[in-house]
Design a protein around this ligand. Structure first.
Ligand SMILES: [Zn+2]
Length: 277
């Protein structure tokens, strides 16, 4: 089954992973800007990273028939350096007209600190002023519930933002309902050690339905599995769910959300019908 991985950090993967993803049915990936494994020391470090995301990775993906899209920001882990964060936010517009840039992300909170909230709000302001889509990172483990509530409150407080143009990632059982109820899209991250498993994601689709729900692999520096979305497809089939329902979650939903960006120039494979008919 053709699928899209809406949140995967391909800069941390080897080229062989692109081959495997392609063989498993992946036709497009979207790669949010994130932490490099170390704190970058200057705005030029981010400028080079954004060049990698907008120039080099799309070519590496295209060699395996995969369309590559991306998101730009300074992530929450590096937000304690507020002055550097402001330099990065001021530099982002240099890249906003590049092909394949879908919006601002992944922004959010990590440890729910005051500086993280300041930098998050300044990203929201940039997204509102430039009319960009937003991709949200929610905190892990014990920080997740409070952090997700903080993020949703800040989003809802900004009347300029259209909730249908915001995707909130890394939802779990205790946060997914709040995200969907408030009108946002929700992403479940399939991860071996935390976040969500394919089985738990299938449970959430059974409970909440497929509307505005996506699955991704994260595929980052940590222990992660870039082919986690096919694992979800397998689990859904094992439970007897029809391909039409599975396809909605792994293909049509990301297509609908991303299509709100004018730089999402997705070309369906031959014989595949696009979600828009
Ligand atoms: Zn991420």
């Amino acid at each position: 089954m053709d699928y899209i991985d809406p949140h995967i950090h391909m800069v941390s993967r080897v080229t062989d992973d692109y081959l495997t993803l392609s063989q498993m049915g992946c036709v497009a990936v979207s790669e949010p800007a994130f932490w490099a494994g170390f704190d970058r020391s200057s705005v030029d470090g981010f400028r080079d990273y954004f060049r990698q995301l907008t120039d080099f990775e799309p070519k590496r993906a295209a060699a395996y028939g995969i369309q590559h899209y991306t998101w730009l920001c300074i992530n929450a882990k590096e937000a304690e350096n507020v002055s550097l964060a402001r330099e990065v936010i001021a530099m982002i517009p240099e890249f906003l007209d590049r092909p394949g840039v879908l919006g601002i992300g992944e922004i959010g909170l990590n440890k729910n600190t005051k500086n993280e909230a300041i930098v998050f709000l300044e990203h929201l302001d940039l997204a509102a002023k430039t009319n960009e889509l937003i991709l949200i990172h929610t905190p892990h483990l014990e920080d997740k519930y409070a952090g997700t509530r903080m993020i949703l409150d800040m989003l809802c407080d900004d009347s300029r933002l259209d909730r249908d143009r915001v995707l909130v990632d890394h939802v779990e059982e205790h946060t997914v309902a709040d995200v969907l109820d408030r009108g946002f899209w929700a992403g479940m991250t399939l991860y071996p050690t935390s976040k969500c498993t394919p089985e738990r994601a299938a449970n959430m689709v059974e409970i909440y339905g497929a509307e505005r729900l996506l699955v991704n692999s994260a595929g980052d520096w940590g222990p992660s599995k870039p082919t986690a979305v096919p694992d979800f497809i397998f689990e859904m089939r094992r439970r007897g769910h029809p391909d039409s329902l599975i396809r909605r979650v792994v293909y049509e939903n990301p297509l609908h959300f991303f299509a709100q960006s004018k730089r999402f120039n997705f070309i369906p494979r031959d014989g595949q019908q696009s979600a828009d008919g």
